[in-house]
Design a binder for this molecule. Structure first.
Ligand code: 6GU
Length: 260
């Protein structure tokens, strides 16, 4: 998979050289390029923002540096001219080969594990990190000719810019790319993989500062262990995330092994 990030703070993305994602880049599973938006300005001050039409607080990111930066991304990816891909309404049987342009924004669609899976199957993702009050809206309209544009939010709170959100999304997506996580089984039993929060985990010692590990986990009875873990998943989800619990199918609410 190829990932391009455009930002006025490219150093924020240095963290993607570490750990699992850094290793995946070294192994050639992920190609990640970070570009500085200011390299696509043409004035002496390398200006990327201006005052908003209609008034109001803060500044808005100017459209032209964004267009030049995104065109440079397309050119380096060997993509055709704008409008090269099928636009909305064209034959849905034809695969849409336009890169996905993810625009982090608290006004976006909420990023979920299911979207992470969807994006992990893509060939090319581009992240456009806005700052200030956001990017001139016409950039998103213009970009829709060459990209599948997806404004994306991490949740209902406000960050100062898209960079931290990109760190989170690239990590969530990257670890789902085949080969990035060494043992793919570790992706199966984690939070959100089945709509539930994950069960609690314990390691040695079996008694620590007076607190014992739940007895069932030492029993060696795999059916009882599976039922305990399922019950804990349901309990946690109902307690911490009633929004998720409400969306479960009836068969997900029954214990894993009724015979025990
Ligand atoms: Cl993706 N961006 C910004 N700036 N703030 C956010 C966010 C994204 N998600 C939640 N808050």
């Amino acid at each position: 998979m190829r990932i391009d990030v455009v930002s006025i703070f490219p150093e924020y993305l240095d963290a993607l050289e570490l750990s699992l994602i850094g290793k995946a880049r070294q192994d050639g599973l992920l190609e990640l390029n970070v570009r500085n938006l200011r390299d696509f300005t043409t004035d002496r001050h390398r200006t990327v923002d201006d005052t908003p039409y209609g008034g109001g607080a803060g500044m808005v990111m100017k459209p032209e540096p964004w267009a030049l930066a995104l065109e440079a991304v397309l050119a380096s990816a060997g993509a055709g001219a704008p409008s090269g891909g099928p636009g909305p309404g064209s034959d849905s049987a034809i695969e849409d080969r336009r890169p996905v342009l993810i625009v982090p924004s608290p006004a976006g669609e909420v990023f979920t594990q299911s979207i992470a899976h969807e994006l992990a199957a893509e060939q090319h993702l581009v992240f456009a990190c806005g700052r200030y009050e956001g990017i001139d809206e016409r950039v998103l309209e213009w970009a829709a000719g060459s990209f599948r544009v997806r404004p994306m939010s991490l949740g209902d709170y406000v960050l100062n810019g898209g960079e931290v959100a990109v760190l989170a999304m690239v990590e969530a997506i990257g670890r789902l790319v085949p080969g990035v996580v060494g043992n793919p089984e570790s992706l199966v039993e984690e939070s959100h993989s089945d709509g539930l929060l994950e069960y609690p985990v314990y390691t040695k010692p079996s008694v620590w500062r007076g607190r014992a590990v739940p007895e069932v986990l030492l029993s060696g009875n795999h059916a009882r262990i599976a039922r305990f873990r399922r019950d804990e998943q349901l309990r946690r989800t109902a307690l911490r995330r009633p929004d998720l619990a409400g969306a479960l199918a009836p068969e997900q609410l029954t214990a894993s092994d009724q015979s025990i």
